[in-house]
Design a protein around this ligand. Structure first.
Ligand code: GLY
Length: 396
């Protein structure tokens, strides 16, 4: 028989036991997804009002606080259409679909662009989401043409898709970000039956696996190759140093290998995503709110800027990665993603309506060494934040 005084203690022990056993999703949700989408809707309505012209894509803010737009050929220009599709996916309101259709078609001209490796970002975020949500037959050929354009940047002798045409005197630089473009190629392989696109993706991912990662799971930003695929140098463009761990580079690696595991079921890709996720989450320089500094080895930590865009990408990636992991790790990744989303949804990172040039997320860093968009909003932070909220909402 229980003594009256031991009952509260037993209840507390029971609650603790339940919280250890039950996944995050079965507990009280810490993020009010409906509320966050309502707020995002208010902010994005204003962003749309300030963008009547579909040739100027919302990108960021300038140091003087003014709005910075970019043309369609800039690597981030597909994210706005994708963001609008996520608003439509959650709300099912026709005005979001109409806006998404308009900003998606504005990117169609980029399907022929063979001068960039970023066609996955530029086309798959708007057209891929649009196709998934509406089955609009006009979207498929744009994506297939875009995939062929991207594949022209793959040299079989090197075994990788070339990122930039030149970097620091090297003629074949490949950046970790490039992993994000393989989803478009895998989709195109499935849709068209052209298995060379799938093989090309696997070759690129395997060579990146071999050459981009350090034993601790972190990734270099840029690896420079010769014409036979030999590594000439390991460098950085946007990080603090060649040997540092640039936060968004880690995020692209986690997300990119998680997506490629979904598409191929090759366990080496899932394991790389996990190793880099663990590097990110266990790093002593990761602040308690789980929003990283722009580089894990930035010299002035803790007086360095945070990069909320990297956090948004990682939150979304972890919510997919957790599905492929055994229970204890799955729970750990869900918890971390939830903690990131709690931080991003707080006034510290989420802009008040009408502020931040009407972007959702504050405090991102695009390119600190070039002093470009430092402590600024970035359109892709908004995209991955809404994507992560949708994934969080779908947790069973
Ligand atoms: N892909 C470029 C960046 O993440 O800034």
């Amino acid at each position: 028989m229980l003594r009256p005084t031991s009952f509260p203690r037993l209840l507390a022990a029971l609650c603790l036991a339940i919280s250890v056993v039950l996944p995050t999703s079965a507990q009280q949700r810490k993020i009010k997804v409906q509320q966050e989408f309502a707020r995002a809707g208010q902010q994005l309505t204003r962003l749309l009002q300030t963008h009547p012209d579909v040739t100027k894509f919302p990108y960021s803010s300038r140091p003087d606080g003014s709005l910075k737009d970019m043309p369609s050929e800039w690597w981030t220009s597909g994210f706005f259409g994708g963001t609008l599709w996520y608003m439509y996916e959650y709300t099912k309101q026709p005005q979001w679909r109409q806006a998404a259709e308009r900003w998606t078609m504005a990117m169609a001209r980029e399907q022929h662009n063979t001068g960039t490796h970023d066609l996955g970002f530029m086309l798959y975020c708007p057209f891929g989401n649009g196709l998934r949500l509406t089955q609009n037959p006009a979207y498929q050929p744009v994506l297939l043409t875009g995939a062929k354009s991207l594949a022209t940047r793959f040299d079989p002798e090197v075994g990788l898709i070339k990122s930039w045409n030149e970097f620091a005197g090297y003629q074949y630089p490949v950046i970790i970000d490039n992993m994000m473009n393989l989803e478009l190629l895998c989709w195109a392989a499935r849709t068209s039956g052209d298995s060379t696109l799938r093989r090309l993706s696997i070759t690129h991912a395997d060579n990146t696996l071999k050459n981009h990662f350090r034993p601790d799971g972190s990734t270099y930003h840029v690896v420079c190759y010769d014409e036979h695929g030999q590594v000439l140098a390991r460098k950085t463009a946007q990080g603090a140093a060649d040997n540092s761990a640039w936060a968004r580079g880690q995020a692209w690696a986690i997300y990119g290998y998680t997506t490629l595991y979904r598409d191929t079921k090759l366990t080496r890709y899932r394991e790389q995503a996990r190793q880099t996720a663990d590097f990110f989450l266990n790093h002593p320089n990761l602040p308690a709110d789980k929003i990283p500094y722009w580089d894990f080895n930035a010299p002035g930590i803790p007086r360095e800027e945070r990069d909320a865009s990297a956090a948004a990408i990682v939150a979304s990636a972890l919510l997919e990665l957790q599905q492929y992991c055994p229970a204890p790790d799955a729970k750990r990744y869900r918890r971390a993603a939830e903690q990131i989303l709690v931080s991003l949804s707080s006034p510290a990172y989420l802009a008040a309506v009408g502020e931040n040039n009407n972007f959702l997320i504050k405090h991102c860093v695009a390119h600190k060494p070039a002093k470009a968009e430092v402590d600024a909003p970035l359109t892709y932070a908004d995209y991955y934040y809404l994507e992560a909220l949708l994934r969080y909402n779908q947790l069973k």
